[in-house]
Design a protein around this ligand. Sequence first.
Ligand code: FES
Length: 158
Amino acid sequence: MGKFKYTDENEQEFQRVAKKYPKIDAMMLPALWLVQEQEGWVSPDAMIYVADRLGKTPIEVYEFATFYTMFNLKPIGTYHIELCKTLSCMIMGAPELKKFIKDTLGIEPGQTTADGKFTLSEVECQGACGGAPMIALNNQYHENLTVDKLKSIIEECK
Ligand code: FES
């Protein structure tokens, strides 16, 4: 058994959710979600833990986790910028935002700054197309962005 373990609070949540599922092996999604809430990402160690808890093999958990793009499979920065790359956002300026992030923070999608502060991910439509272009910053939406607005958002994080 590795080092990962749910916190007491998450263990309680795991038990609570488990009651709602007829079979424990249907719990992959909530079980991994709890891991990500706890650690910010899903480590190989945590996958082994989840496999053990659900009576699955680690490779089954791995395949599941890689299929769903919302799971981070690498540690992420303190600030996770999720830039929408779908049509409305793309037309309204997402490429300029992406370029600005690259020019100022030096990261491309999938990368984290060397100081561990910022991670950039590109994501599909977040359902906020009316406010395109948009990012989610640690799950909080920022819409109708311009390079200037994004600049002040990033400045505030520094
Ligand atoms: S296209 Fe970006 S939120 Fe829908």
